[in-house]
Design a protein around this ligand. Structure first.
Ligand code: ADP
Length: 336
């Protein structure tokens, strides 16, 4: 499909270039032919005038008619050759240019189809499990009320997971838009405290202490998405730490940037997994994380989108079994 569109676009480029080139050639031919005729006419007149003054001088044509005709022929051949050369050069250049023009569109289409494949894949597992559970229980003629209640509870859990997935997908597509609407002065200390309130129950359940040492720093940002960002990192730090651990939040401001560190002493991440950490649906394999912790591998992709929206960047330092530090950098504006 891409190749056909590329060829079509090349043909359009060629058509436009050749129309311009041929129009120019016709115009150049017309002007030069006229000019040659004029020169020939002027020379003839001058010779005739000389002949009438001095009868002895024989009229002698300076430009021969044959020579004139040949010049015109040579001019038209040269123009045809130039046009052929332009046709070949424009064809080759157009073909490459068409590829460059279509590349971003192709990348976008590829990305969209990858996204649809990923989402369908993620949806299939909970839907299949829901379907088979319901089917098995429906076939059971002696289904007791207790079993039915258990089934409904399990179904509700799956539905909650699906809702969590769709909420995260919506967030991901929302934050992909890089428009800077709702930007205002935001105090990061306030945001971190609000995020802490949101995950306090999860932290309590795992007996995890959160030491929030973020200072009162103001940046230009979107309050809601920054709150989301802090919740993602705090939630992960708790999810991927064992009971009784501590999570520390610190901040540092320099002339050019503001750094927020989320430090945990949890499971840590293998260095081979770090480059893929922010990929959509990526979850670290094999470890306890996948089986025990609920998640779809969308949190860090959403975090990345939010950071990019704020012109920021992120760094990860981690050691398996020791813990992880996510450092988020925001540009700092001296005017605040
Ligand atoms: P989710 O937590 O929903 O699986 P994320 O995108 O937030 O998705 O995280 C992707 C993966 O990165 C997680 O599955 C986990 O394996 C790993 N990860 C993220 N944060 C941490 C952390 N603080 N400590 C250890 N592993 C982490």
């Amino acid at each position: 499909m891409f190749e056909r569109t590329r060829l079509k676009l090349t043909a359009w480029y060629l058509l436009i270039i050749m129309l311009i080139s041929i129009s120019f050639s016709v115009a150049i031919y017309g002007v030069l032919a006229q000019e040659l005729n004029r020169v020939e006419r002027m020379q003839r007149l001058r010779q005739e005038r000389l002949y009438s003054i001095e009868q002895r001088v024989q009229p002698r044509l300076v430009i021969d008619q044959e020579v004139l005709k040949e010049s015109k022929n040579r001019l038209s051949v040269a123009l045809v050759l130039i046009n052929l050369a332009i046709l070949v050069a424009a064809g080759v250049a157009g073909y490459f240019l068409a590829e460059r023009t279509l590349r971003p569109i192709k990348d976008m289409v590829d990305e969209q189809s990858r996204f649809i494949t990923d989402v369908s894949h993620e949806l299939r597992t909970p839907l299949t499990s829901l379907k088979s559970e319901i089917e098995v229980n429906l076939r059971d003629k002696n289904l007791k009320i207790d079993d039915a209640t258990k089934l409904l509870q399990s179904n509700l859990e799956e539905v909650n997971n699906l809702q969590y997935l769709s909420d995260n997908l919506i967030k991901l597509t929302q934050y992909q838009k890089k428009t800077r609407t709702n930007f205002e002065k935001v105090n990061l200390k306030e945001i971190s405290e609000n995020a802490q309130k949101k995950i306090v129950n999860l932290a309590r359940r795992k007996d995890i202490l959160i030491r929030n040492q973020i200072k009162s720093i103001v940046i230009n940002g979107d309050k809601q998405s920054l709150l989301e960002l802090f919740v993602i990192f705090l939630d992960n730090a708790i999810k991927y730490s064992s009971k009784g651990k501590t999570v520390v939040l610190t901040s540092k401001k320099t002339d050019h940037s503001v750094v927020i560190n989320f430090k945990d002493t949890g499971l840590g991440i293998d260095e081979n997994d770090i480059p893929r950490l922010f990929d959509r649906f990526f979850r670290v394999d094999g470890s306890r994380t996948k089986s025990e912790v609920r998640g779809y591998g969308l949190g860090l992709s959403i975090a990345k989108q939010i950071i990019e929206k704020h012109d920021g960047s992120i760094k990860v330092e981690s050691e398996l079994g020791k813990g992880t530090i996510f450092s988020v950098y925001f540009p700092s504006k001296e005017s605040f």
